[in-house]
Design a protein around this ligand. Structure first.
Ligand code: NAP
Length: 675
């Protein structure tokens, strides 16, 4: 059997030599040979930078999002094939779904985020425009542009599909090409994933490369425009973070490492409560999904000292029902570890852990398996330890990367927070309690050591995604031992691949740079902008309308008509006593409505709908007799890739007869591309 090819520099590269065998975790048969011998790593990085980068940067965020969406559909069609290969890593169908559907789900979430949160442009203006001078002619704003390098993505063996996809999707959306290096043990599954992606022909060449096998001298060639995103053990993270080229070039280095995640049972959650059952179920799930080879799995189970016997009994009862065996066999709940070496590693860690307590469930050296040979396959029993002295060092230091957890007692929230900190930084933690005050104390106490916290109770259990699931909209990563990195977190994952640059200049220049009109820049008022389709509308197109006198009758009518008879609009005496108004004032919503009446161009035309307002502020009270003028200016124009219309954000300013701002807001409309 020859070694699997890697996809580099625009083609499939077959390594010279035989490579290292990767074995089926359940049967011990050889699945593939893995090697990177002969790959020119410098050339691969260069290909990404010179071919992939320019092709990606030529696309807008929305165009990249549309490609990602098409890729998601393509991968969904080939899921069964991936499941079959995934079983060879020791994964049951449920484990495979976690990895494969989970990974595709993250890519889908990023595809839809493009449309929702990013402009249909190649630059991302961030935050507010800051006015830097009194006259308003000098302004500044942060803008983000894609780095011109390659995102080098080094993954762990346990999530051969989710790992690459959750790193690739935000990089791709940012406009940065990826070079994926899967862990050798399960690289054959990532290889098939990349093959499917390449076969789809959807992505620009150079935007995705794959190196199966050792990284060789890859990191020697990274520059300040490249990024390294690493998932794996803390020891490797430490080595790679200190790589001379990474240090010398200040390469953005993100690490997701191992962690000793905790789960806490609240004192209220006594046997018989929903929360007690939820806790027991969750600990068993976390121990057995992916045979415990999950960076977020619960390793430290803290329970009130007086409940520890009850919890131990309930956990053991449930663990006894877990069937271990061939991951494809009917009724098997837990498959194999990824390899025999991994099983040896787990046994070694268990030896170290057992100094702190005793095993109350499972035998590290023996397990009954269904439809498999327990010696040829990397099977191990779930193992529950109990450490009655939670101050022992081992449970807070040793990660057994398998179906292993340690049960420990606590007596107070203060002690719990101190014990949590002994893990030196974790990816995920959970608190299972029906007492919101206890939940608050624990969450705020342990949060500085955690990237994600779940509070589980009877109210959210039905919809909860569980302790172990990172979510694309939220941060995945933890401080300290967990690597100190952050992945996903919605748009932050995209922006991580971009350079934030503060740009200062005139409003006109800043508007041109960002593709958005900036207050203070010139406006064009040649034709009512509501008569212009997206084909003709430009940032800065505007209309000024008014003045419109607001009368006491208008205010009274509006109060009666809408039912908003708040005293400041209806009761002269009470309104006079109001310290802010000193008399009757117009409703803010009346001002907004009158402004719409002024700026609207009523005949049918390219403007299809008003879908909301944002950032509305009432600045100066409007009194009967005041005269309103409104100026509406096209600020941001976002054509939709998959529709015949797009969004237009209008800067809207209402002023009174003294020119004072009365209200400021953004009007959001849908406008046809043509017509
Ligand atoms: P690992 O041995 O640290 O390997 C991780 C990756 O680093 C593999 O792709 C490996 O490649 C590569 N690597 C090793 N040495 C390298 C070097 N000198 N230069 C470049 N790449 C190098 O970890 P693992 O055993 O695969 O994964 C298990 C660990 O990962 C567990 O401790 C777990 O907690 C952690 N993990 C963390 C997360 C998270 O999101 N935080 C997720 C999953 C797993 P080869 O396989 O080719 O050696």
């Amino acid at each position: 059997m020859g070694a699997l090819p890697s996809y580099v520099s625009g083609g499939w590269h077959t390594p010279s030599g035989d490579g290292t065998p990767a074995y089926d975790a359940a049967t011990g048969e050889e699945v593939a040979r893995i090697s990177s011998t002969g790959i020119d790593m410098a050339a691969a990085l260069d290909h990404g930078r010179t071919v992939g980068g320019p092709a990606l940067r030529a696309l807008t965020f929305h165009q990249r999002g549309a490609l990602l969406k098409a890729l998601v559909s393509h991968l969904r069609e080939h899921r069964d094939e991936l499941y079959a290969l995934s079983a060879r890593t020791g994964a049951t169908k449920a484990d495979s779904k976690f990895d494969i559907d989970g990974g595709i789900g993250v890519a889908a979430a990023y595809a839809s985020l493009a449309k929702r949160e990013l402009p249909n442009d190649t630059v991302y203006p961030e935050g507010r425009v800051e006015t830097l001078g009194k006259g308003g002619t000098f302004v500044g704003r942060n803008v983000l542009t894609p780095l011109h390098g390659v995102a080098v993505q080094i993954n762990a063996f346990n999530f051969p599909v989710w790992g690459p996809l959750e790193k690739f999707a935000p990089a791709f959306l940012a406009g940065v090409p990826s070079l994926i290096k899967p862990a050798s043990q399960t690289a054959y599954l990532t290889h098939r994933l990349v093959e499917l992606i390449v076969e789809s022909g959807l992505l620009p060449e150079g935007s995705l490369q794959l190196v199966c096998g050792g990284a060789g001298d890859l990191l020697d060639h990274v520059t300040g425009q490249d990024l390294v995103s690493f998932t794996g053990s803390a020891a490797t993270a430490q080595r790679l973070r200190a790589h001379p080229a990474v240090v010398r070039n200040s390469v953005r280095f993100n690490a997701e490492a191992d962690s000793l995640n905790l789960s806490v049972l609240g004192p209220d959650a006594v046997p018989g409560t929903t929360e007690f059952d939820l806790y027991v179920k969750q600990v068993v799930t976390e121990m057995t999904v992916k045979a415990g080879q999950k960076c977020t799995a619960i390793r430290r189970a803290f329970v009130p000292a007086e409940l520890i016997d009850d919890v131990e009994r309930a956990l053991c009862e449930k663990l006894a029902k877990v069937t271990v065996g061939n991951p494809t066999a009917e009724g098997v709940r837990m498959g194999a570890l990824a390899s025999l070496e991994q099983r040896e590693e787990v046994r070694r860690s268990l030896k170290a852990l057992s100094g702190a307590g005793r095993i109350v469930f499972g035998d590290p050296d023996r397990v009954d398996v269904v439809d498999a040979d327990h010696e040829r396959g990397a099977f191990v029993s779930p193992v529950l330890l109990r450490a009655d002295d939670p101050d022992r060092a081992e449970p807070h230091e040793v990660e057994a990367f398998g179906p292993v957890a340690t049960l420990m007692p606590y007596t107070s929230v203060e002690q719990l927070v101190a014990l949590a900190a002994r893990g030196q930084g974790s990816l995920a933690g959970s608190v299972v309690t029906g007492d919101p005050d206890f939940a608050r104390d624990v969450v705020l106490g342990v949060a500085p050591w955690h990237g994600r916290l779940l509070v589980l109770d009877a109210e959210d259990a039905g919809e909860s995604t569980g302790h172990g699931s990172p979510l694309p909209a939220f941060v995945h990563g933890g401080p300290g031992r967990a690597g100190g990195g952050q992945e996903m977190a919605g748009i932050h994952g995209v922006l991580h691949h971009m350079q934030r640059t503060s740009v200062q200049g005139s409003p006109t220049v800043l508007g041109r740079v960002t593709g958005q009109w900036v207050p203070g820049a010139e406006r064009t008022a040649d034709e009512h902008p509501f008569r212009k389709s997206l084909a003709r509308l430009r940032p800065g197109d505007s209309v000024t309308a008014g003045p419109r006198r607001v009368t006491a009758e208008d205010v009274a009518h509006f109060a009666e008509f809408t039912g908003d008879t708040f005293y400041a609009h209806t009761d002269e005496t009470a309104a006079a006593a109001n310290p802010l108004f000193g008399g009757i004032v117009a409703h803010g919503y009346l001002v907004v409505s009158l402004a719409a009446g002024l700026f609207v161009s009523p005949e049918p035309g390219p403007v299809l709908a008003n879908y909301g307002l944002e950032n509305l502020r009432f600045r100066t009270p409007v009194k009967p007799g005041d005269e309103l003028t409104v100026t509406l200016t096209a600020k941001q124009i976002t054509p939709r890739e998959d529709a015949d219309h797009g969004e237009v954000r209008w800067d809207t300013e209402v002023t009174n007869q003294q020119g004072e701002p009365v209200a400021k807001y953004d009007v959001l409309t849908l406008v046809a591309k043509d017509g």
